[in-house]
Design a protein around this ligand. Structure first.
Ligand SMILES: C[S@@+](CC[C@H](N)C(=O)[O-])C[C@H]1O[C@@H](n2cnc3c(N)ncnc32)[C@H](O)[C@@H]1O
Length: 224
C-alpha cells in the first residue's frame, strides 16, 4: 500500500507536514490559532504549528523514522480516543481533504473536542464508547483507516472490532502495554499482540517502540 512519505522531498511537494531536524510541523488550517499552546511559526511565508512527540504518539512515530504511515491527503479516518484533539488536530491538517471521525468517551474531553471541531470542518466529534461501533455507525459514512489510542485492557479486541465493522483497509494501533498487563515485560506484550493480530488475519507491517517519547507504548501499523 502506498502511504504518505514524510521525507523532505514530499514535504516540499505537498507541505502539509514539515520536518526540520528533530522538529515536526503541520500547516495550520486555522492561521493565528494554536490548539494546545504549541508554537506557531512561519516557514516560507506559510504558518505552521509545531508538533511535539512528547504530546503526540503519532508525531513520535514519524520522528522515530517510520516513513510509511498510511495517511493520505484524502483519507477518511476513524479516530478512537481523540481526547481533546491534540493529535487529531495535526492529523486533520495532514488529511486536509479527508474526514476524521473523532470518537471520545469522556464528556470533559469531548467538550474541548467539540469546540475544536467548530473551526476544523473535516473533524467530526462523536461522544461514544469505542467498544460499541454500532452506536456511531450511523454517523461514520466510511472509514479507510482506524487510528486508536485508548489505554484499555481490551484495546486489541476493540481495534479488531472497529477494523472489521467499518471494513477499513489499514490501521494504526497505539498500544499501551501496561494497560494490558502491568507486570509483564512490554516487549513480550508487543510480541503477543503482533501474534494475535496476525492470527486474526491482520497483516502487521511494522511495530515501532515509541520510547523514549512514550514509555511502554508501541505503534502497530497494519493492513487488512
Ligand atoms: C491517551 S488519551 C488520547 C490522546 C489523544 N489520542 C491524543 O494524542 O491527542 C486516551 C483517550 O481515550 C479515551 N478513551 C478511553 N477508553 C475509551 C473508549 N472505550 N472509547 C472512546 N474513548 C476512550 C480517554 O477518555 C482518553 O481521552
Amino acid at each position: 500500500m502506498k502511504g504518505a512519505r514524510f521525507d523532505s522531498e514530499s514535504a516540499r511537494a505537498a507541505p502539509r507536514l514539515m520536518r526540520q531536524d528533530d522538529t515536526l510541523y503541520t500547516r495550520n488550517a486555522v492561521p493565528g490559532t494554536a490548539v494546545y499552546g504549541e508554537r506557531l511559526v512561519s516557514i516560507d511565508g506559510i504558518e505552521y504549528r509545531r508538533w511535539s512527540p512528547l504530546r503526540s504518539k503519532l508525531a513520535a512515530l514519524i520522528l522515530l523514522g517510520h516513513r510509511e504511515v498510511p495517511l493520505e491527503v484524502d483519507s477518511r479516518v476513524l479516530y478512537l480516543g481523540a481526547a481533546s484533539g491534540t493529535t487529531a488536530s495535526h492529523m486533520s491538517e495532514i488529511c486536509a481533504g479527508g474526514i476524521l471521525y473523532c470518537v471520545e468517551v469522556s464528556q470533559r474531553s469531548f467538550r474541548d473536542l467539540v469546540r475544536l471541531c467548530e473551526s476544523r470542518l473535516n473533524m467530526i466529534p462523536i461522544l461514544g464508547d469505542a467498544s460499541r461501533p454500532d452506536d456511531y455507525d450511523p454517523i461514520v459514512e466510511r472509514a479507510d483507516i482506524v487510528y486508536q489510542d485508548i489505554a484499555q485492557r481490551l484495546q486489541v479486541n476493540i481495534f479488531l472490532r472497529n477494523l472489521r465493522h467499518f471494513h477499513a483497509h489499514a490501521g494504526i494501533l497505539m498500544l499501551k502495554s501496561r494497560s494490558m498487563n502491568v507486570s509483564k515485560d512490554p516487549q513480550r506484550v508487543f510480541a503477543e499482540v503482533k501474534a494475535k493480530l496476525s492470527a486474526e488475519g491482520v497483516q502487521v507491517n511494522d511495530v515501532v517502540d515509541l520510547s523514549p517519547y512514550s514509555k511502554d507504548h508501541a505503534a502497530f501499523i497494519v493492513e487488512v
